[in-house]
Structure formats: structure tokens, C-alpha cells
Design a protein around this ligand. Structure first.
Ligand code: DLL
Length: 441
């Protein structure tokens, strides 16, 4: 059982299935009705299928509704999916995406209250409370990470330091001087902080830091083990996306075995990414989410592209909210190299199995004489570089074999010195694809 004090909002984590389903169905019917009335795109698509809100009589009826996609937000930029007038909208955020215009998301006052509440529950699940001093190194601004986590931490009663990402020297000073007990950031930025803290000579032993709450990008269990070991903290995975609310969609609890989805606000399905068919619990597929309480932009059956599966066993923490496995990758993250499908997270997992590799890596794709080339650049410890050439070659070979074992493809591994690979202040860029550049053809 949970041994930390529980915030009153967290009691919703422990509803009986009947109580939860009643809340979910009532909210689903309300959100569908609301979208049908206020969002032309949803109404038109439902009408095309001969559907109206009266067709939603059970939770499984959601599967009849049409999907929504990121392109729907882009095509209706900036406010085309808003179901409330701007006078009701108190906050906007935007997600930059990789191409063109960002997607814009809005929140009513009630949406802000829900967001704050799910983030409070998230932090409570990580064992944090009003005694904690939190260094919030998620970026503040249009990105949802900083402000989303900020309001949750404040509502929990913790002391929040809104430091945002970057400025590593100042991060370390604050961590040392302000008695910081918990930090929020992307896992890749925290890796960078680990190195910088170790370089101070005093390391982590004089710090009060005990918990890290990490998310916004894929990371592996091997990366968690590295972080926990090097920093001597507990590292929790949190998940969310701007289109649904921001951080606060799902979180790990003290058991660190899967992420509890806040199902009273987000209805989840797992679908086959190719066919869109709903998959049975336990099968891996694409997470599809329906917001059950969002007012400003209700999202119905939103295709997240995030790949995971539902864990069916109950969690030892006592929460009745179902869990999903760590998001291993995005369906659109897949790179195809010489016809083989590869996800960056597979390469990360393979590399971290090999001793002396550091979790700083980058995958560089190029094309030579019409053939795809994959180079994996990996940083290794300084001591390793001082070692004999034969030892380096040996290490290179081990990594290459580990990658081949996992993805079935021979990659050219290049060992690089510390700090060669650019450090991120937010989400890490793992893949550089030069295959379309004329010079490499
Ligand atoms: O990254 C919201 C967030 C902020 C989540 C802080 C957690 C902590 P976006 O910028 O819209 O929102 O990016 C959302 O990031 O669809 C996933 O592909 C990825 N992602 C987020 N959290 C995780 C995670 C925020 N824990 C996209 N593991 C999502 C893997 C994650 N991927």
C-alpha cells in the first residue's frame, strides 16, 4: 500500500470499477453531445456515418465514433476545433511539431482545474507532498510541460522553483542552495545535469534530491536504471500530450511498473495502427484517447501515434486506474533502413546493455550509392578513450552486435568523446536523417 500522505484529489485513483464506469459513461455522453453541437468537423463526420449523440449508450460505443488526428488540428488552425467561445478560454498553449504551423490548444477555467488536479495526482503518486522543494526544469512557455507541472505542484502544497529548462550552472546552484528534493525535466536533460553535477567534484552526495519526474520523450528502463544509479534518486515516468491536456494523462506510482491512466478524465483504447481496429487488453498498439471532461477542445478518439499496451493486472499500490506500459516509441518515429523497421528506442536499449556506453547517442542516416547507411554515434567514458585501441575496437564490436541482435541490422558504430553529441534542454533529437540531401546520394 501507499505509505505517503494522499492528496484529496487522489481518492479518484481508487474508485471501484462500477463507480469509474458510471462517471466515464456520463462524461462520454456529455462530451459527445457537446462536440456534436459545437464542433462542425465532429458533427459532419458523425453524420456521414449516420451517428448522433443518442447512439452512445455504453463505453464500448465509443468505437463507432470517427477518429481525430493531429492533421485535424493543423487543418483547422488556430481555433477551428474549439467548442467554447474565446471569452471562456483562459489559456492557450501550442506544440511546435516538426513542420509548418504549430497546433494550438486552449483551456477553460474548468479545464485548468482538471489539469491541475491530474498533475497533483501525478505528483502525489510519485510520493511528493507539501514538504518537497521542486525544481521545475520543464520548459515554461507555449510547451505544456512547465506550467502544467507548476500548477499541480503548487496545488499539492510543495514549494515550486520555476527555473524552466537550460542554464545548467544555475540549475546546479539552485539544487545545491535551495535544498531541492525533487526535479522535473526531460530524461535527456537530466542526463546532461548528471554529468554537470558529477563534474563539480562533490556529486550528488551533498544534495537533498530524492525524486525525479521525467517525461515528454521516450526513454527506456535501462535509462532509468542509469539515472537512479548515478543520481541516487527514484526516477518516475510521466506521460501526456498537448492535444489531450499536456502532462498529467498517465503516471507511474511508487511501484514504477507501468503508468496509471487518469481514466476518469481520459478514456483509452488501444488500436491496430494500420487498420484502426480496437485491440484486446494486453496487446500492443496505438493509444487512442478521448477527453471526458475537456471543454475548450474536446478530443474524441484522438490517434496519439504512441505505441503501448494495457496492463491488465491490478497494481500493488492499490490504485484501480488501469496502467499502460512505458511508451516504447511512436508509430511515426519508425525509420526504415534498407527495408528494416527500426525505432530509436530499440537502439538505445541495445546500447545500454553494453558496459561503458553512456546514454548519449545519435543516429545518423545517409545514403551512399543508393544504399541507406546507418551510423550510431555513442559517447564513451573518458577512461575508455585512454584505453588501448584494441579495447575500443572491442567495445565498438560489442555495440554493433547488440544492435544487430535487437534490430537485425548491422550498424556502423562510432565511439565519440564526451560532450560530442549536442545536449538538449528539452526533448532530445535522436535521429539525423541526411538521406534526402543531394550530397549524400
Ligand atoms: O510532451 C507533454 C509532457 C510534458 C509530457 C512534460 C510529460 C512531461 P507534447 O510536446 O505535445 O507534450 O508531446 C507529446 O511526447 O505524444 C509522446 O510521443 C511524447 N511523450 C510525452 N511523454 C512521454 C513519455 C508533452 N513519458 C508527445 N514517454 C507524446 C514517451 C512521451 N514519450
Amino acid at each position: 500500500m501507499n505509505t505517503v500522505p494522499i492528496h484529496p484529489d487522489s481518492y479518484a485513483d481508487f474508485l471501484t470499477p462500477d463507480e469509474l464506469h458510471r462517471i466515464q459513461l456520463f462524461r462520454l455522453q456529455t462530451v459527445v453531445q457537446n462536440s456534436y453541437e459545437k464542433v462542425p468537423l465532429t458533427r459532419d463526420r458523425m453524420k456521414e456515418r449516420g451517428l448522433n449523440p443518442d447512439h452512445i449508450n455504453s463505453l464500448t460505443d465509443v468505437a463507432h465514433l470517427p477518429f481525430m488526428q493531429k492533421t485535424d488540428l493543423r487543418d483547422t488552425y488556430p481555433y477551428g476545433l474549439f467548442a467554447r467561445p474565446m471569452s471562456d478560454v483562459v489559456r492557450l498553449h501550442a506544440s511546435s511539431g516538426t513542420t509548418g504551423k504549430p497546433i494550438v490548444v486552449g483551456y477553460t477555467r474548468d479545464d485548468m482545474a482538471v489539469w491541475t488536479s491530474v498533475m497533483t495526482r501525478t505528483l502525489c503518486a510519485a510520493g511528493l507532498n507539501q514538504m518537497d522543494v521542486i525544481q521545475n526544469a520543464f520548459g515554461y512557455g507555449l510547451f505544456t510541460g512547465g506550467l502544467g507541472a507548476h500548477y499541480g505542484a503548487e496545488a499539492l502544497g510543495s514549494t515550486v522553483i520555476p527555473i524552466s529548462g537550460g542554464n545548467t550552472e544555475r540549475q546546479i546552484m539552485v539544487m545545491q542552495d535551495f535544498g531541492v528534493t525533487a526535479i522535473f525535466s526531460t530524461p535527456s536533460y537530466f542526463l546532461h545535469l548528471i554529468e554537470a553535477i558529477e563534474a563539480t567534484g562533490t556529486g550528488f552526495k551533498d544534495l537533498k534530491l530524492k525524486v525525479g519526474v521525467f517525461g515528454a520523450e521516450p526513454w527506456t528502463d535501462a535509462m532509468r536504471a542509469h539515472i537512479q544509479d548515478r543520481a541516487g534518486i527514484k526516477a518516475y515516468d510521466i506521460y501526456g500530450l498537448s492535444e489531450i491536456i499536456g502532462p498529467g494523462v498517465a503516471t507511474e506510482c511508487c511501484r514504477q511498473s507501468g503508468l496509471h491512466v487518469f481514466e476518469d478524465h481520459f478514456l483509452m483504447e488501444i488500436v491496430d495502427p494500420e487498420t484502426g481496429q480496437v485491440l484486446p487488453d494486453g496487446e500492443e498498439g496505438e493509444l487512442v484517447l478521448t477527453t471526458l471532461s475537456k471543454q475548450a477542445i474536446p478530443m474524441i478518439r484522438y490517434r496519439t501515434h504512441d505505441i503501448t499496451s494495457i496492463i491488465t493486472e491490478p497494481c500493488a499500490c492499490g490504485r484501480t486506474l488501469r496502467r499502460i506500459n512505458r511508451i516504447s516509441h511512436r508509430s511515426d518515429d519508425m525509420i526504415i533502413i534498407r527495408g528494416v523497421n527500426v525505432f530509436p528506442s530499440q537502439i538505445e536499449a541495445a546500447l545500454l546493455k553494453v558496459e561503458q556506453s553512456l546514454p548519449h547517442y545519435q543516429i545518423v542516416l545517409s545514403r551512399r550509392e543508393g544504399l541507406d547507411q546507418i551510423e550510431v554515434q555513442v559517447e564513451v567514458t573518458e577512461a575508455m578513450f585512454r584505453d588501448r585501441v584494441s579495447a575500443l575496437e572491442q567495445l565498438q564490436k560489442k555495440m554493433s552486435q547488440a544492435i544487430e541482435h535487437v534490430v537485425g541490422l548491422r550498424a556502423n558504430v562510432r565511439l565519440v568523446e564526451l560532450q560530442t553529441i549536442a545536449r538538449s534542454q528539452g526533448k532530445a533529437k535522436r535521429v539525423i536523417d541526411k538521406r534526402r540531401e543531394g550530397s549524400t546520394l
